[in-house]
Design a protein around this ligand. Structure first.
Ligand code: GLC
Length: 475
């Protein structure tokens, strides 16, 4: 536990006394704290989460981007620590100061795009669980929500409704070839937009933000559901794609060359089931399966109901690949050989089937559990929890496991990693009380469904102008 002025405000990433290099694992990471925070909420310990929310709010960058060195207004740090410093002019007294890291000290200098999105998700969960809406109604908290959302909704050069980010801007915080529009960020973005919309006070000044937010929600869900989704049928379509199509009616909109379909995928894709691919760029589909993005697309309703079930079908069908001896593979498959050299930059921590490159992360149990409970299929999560229970405590709660089977404790894995423990606890607490998962889940928005289905039936594009919608959305 980390204390600030005597009050608990977060948990450190790991408490591995056996490790000689602490690096930054003695800090409070925003993304790592989320399962701890949820566990505290489920146990009725609301104050810690409240402290966390309000103190991290102060860390949010308030500066305007003046030059390329200052973070954009609304950015949340990846992590922070509490420093105790001597009080000016008084040698005997000290004061605590909060020291945020926006990526300027992180390995690889990665910008944490996910932090602010998780912060919004936790804030909503806090309100739903404790019933205390006074936190989200505070003026400074409302400003905080708006700043995060505005930063994400800002116009740029991008042609897609998905958020354009650099490599390493999420849980995978090292180079793994996920720059562009990685699924994990899109799922968290969608979730934060929905949670933000729920919490934002209706006032005169917020109409523009609401409009932008609604437009983005529709465009984002359409884009992901249509273009990120693959299953047997879609794969076969891609296999037969024509290329170099010009104009609005193109079927192969992103000019994907069928030769890009990797041989492993032909084996991997089950007859029943499907998933959202890792990334989509012009002439490039990253077909790797990224777990967190897929699971959170279920939780946030970014995936349709059918797609959500199909993702769980795929997890069941590919249990040996995705779960094996320890839940849950962070992504599948691993990059090997020349691909590993080029894409990770020969990263020795991300060797095949280790760490971010196909390693197994127990913390993902909690997101798996929320997704399974939402789809009324808790038995899948129960099975995964039972499997983890065989080893995880005896192994001292490792950060991650290695090998294709997930049989070894990770080469450079920390022990007593907080979010491994918290992820497991949240999974157990939710399975015992599935109703509590509601604090995290977003339900399908009926207006969005209507818009979405009108858009599908309004294809091709020249029909787009038909006045079939109650409200107009720009996609
Ligand atoms: C690793 C993980 C990152 C996590 C951090 C602290 O760098 O990749 O997701 O936040 O450790 O545990």
């Amino acid at each position: 536990m980390v204390y600030y002025c005597g009050n608990p405000i977060g948990t450190i990433a790991a408490n591995d006394l056996s490790s000689s290099t602490i690096l930054n694992y003695d800090q409070v990471f925003i993304r790592d704290f989320i399962p701890s925070g949820i566990a505290f909420l489920l146990k009725g310990e609301y104050d810690i989460v409240r402290n966390f929310i309000l103190h991290t709010l102060q860390l949010q960058s308030w500066e305007k981007t003046m030059d390329c060195y200052s973070p954009g207004q609304g950015l949340m740090p990846a992590s922070f620590k509490v420093r105790t410093v001597p009080l000016d002019g008084d040698d005997s007294a000290t004061e605590d100061v909060l020291d945020p890291d926006f990526g300027e000290a992180a390995i690889g200098r990665v910008a944490p795009v996910d932090s602010g999105l998780w912060w919004i998700i936790l804030l909503r969960a806090y309100g739903k669980c404790s019933g205390d809406l006074s936190v989200q109604e505070r003026v400074d908290v409302q400003t905080g929500i708006k700043m995060i959302l505005k930063l994400c909704l800002a116009d740029g050069f991008d042609m897609f409704p998905t958020l354009l980010v650099t490599d390493g801007s999420c849980m995978i915080d090292r180079r793994m070839g996920i720059h562009g529009h990685p699924l994990e960020i899109q799922a968290l973005f969608y979730s934060a937009l929905l949670c933000g919309r729920e919490m934002l006070a209706q006032e005169d000044g917020s109409a523009d933000l609401m409009r932008a937010l609604n437009n983005r929600l529709v465009a984002l869900s359409f884009h992901i559901r249509e273009y990120y989704w693959i299953d047997m049928k879609k794969l076969n379509e891609i296999y037969r794609y024509k290329t170099e199509e010009y104009s609005y009616d193109a079927v192969n909109k992103f000019n994907i060359y069928p030769d890009q379909i990797p041989p492993w995928l032909v084996q991997f894709m089950p007859d029943r089931g499907g998933y959202l691919i890792g990334n989509l760029q012009p002439a490039h589909m990253d077909f790797r399966f990224f777990s967190l993005g897929n699971l959170w697309s279920i939780v946030s309703c970014l995936a349709t109901l059918d797609q959500s079930h199909a993702i769980l079908d795929l997890i069941e069908a590919k249990w040996a690949e995705l779960v094996a001896d320890m839940p849950f593979k962070i992504c599948y498959p691993a990059l090997e050989g020349q691909e590993w050299r080029i894409i990770t930059g020969s990263d020795p921590k991300n060797t095949p089937w280790s760490y971010h490159n196909g390693g197994s992360w127990p913390t993902l149990l909690w997101q798996l559990t929320v997704a399974c409970i939402k789809m009324n299929r808790p038995e899948i999560a129960e099975k995964a929890v039972k499997l983890a229970e065989r080893r995880i405590s005896g192994d001292k709660w490792p950060e991650y496991y290695d090998t294709k089977q997930g049989r070894f404790i990770g080469k450079q894995s920390r022990l007593f990693q907080t979010w491994s423990i918290a992820g497991y606890l949240v999974a157990k607490l939710l399975l015992a009380n599935p109703n509590a998962a509601k604090i995290l889940v977003n339900e399908e928005d009926s207006e969005l469904v209507n818009t979405f289905s009108s858009m599908i039936s309004a294809k091709p594009r020249r029909n787009r102008g038909r006045k079939v919608l109650k409200r107009s959305f720009i996609v």
